[in-house]
Design a protein around this ligand. Structure first.
Ligand code: FES
Length: 138
């Protein structure tokens, strides 16, 4: 008995197998919830909770946003929700980019898509450093 005969015997066709691949959670592309809007908060960089931002390559999550200190020392902030299917991105200092581990999308530090499957950019937020206070705002 070959593979086709075996699947036929089980009553399983190619469409069923394809459907099973996405069983339990595939969504269409770019169907995530809206990124945070009206953003305006300040991080105290002297607070131990924000200590990851003291070194280049560090990042934290706050209020639906990932705030990173890039390998070049710049503070950047984008929505933490991948625009493909909603997984959480992280900052990858090796590539100086945001990476989604779910399906491999990469985003530049300005949120633009480097490669998919995501087809839409991450929402970008402004940052302003004053002393040890880092403001993140729309
Ligand atoms: S959820 Fe699929 S690449 Fe991010």
């Amino acid at each position: 008995m070959n593979r086709k005969e075996f699947l036929s015997m089980l009553g399983i066709g190619a469409a069923a197998i394809a459907g099973a691949y996405c069983f339990g959670g595939c969504k269409s592309n770019d169907s995530t919830s809206a990124p945070p809007s009206g953003v305006d908060f300040t991080l105290d960089l002297s607070d131990p909770a924000n200590s990851a931002l003291k070194a280049n390559g560090g990042y934290i999550y706050k209020n639906g946003i990932i705030i990173a200190r890039t390998v070049n020392g710049a503070y950047v902030a984008v929505s933490l929700v991948c625009t493909h299917q909603g997984s959480t991105v992280y900052y990858d200092p090796g590539g100086n980019r945001f990476h989604c581990p779910a399906h491999g999308s990469n985003f530049a530090t300005d949120g633009s898509v480097i490669n998919g499957p995501a087809g839409s950019p991450l929402a970008k937020y402004n940052t302003a450093l004053s002393g040890t206070s880092l403001r993140v705002y729309s």
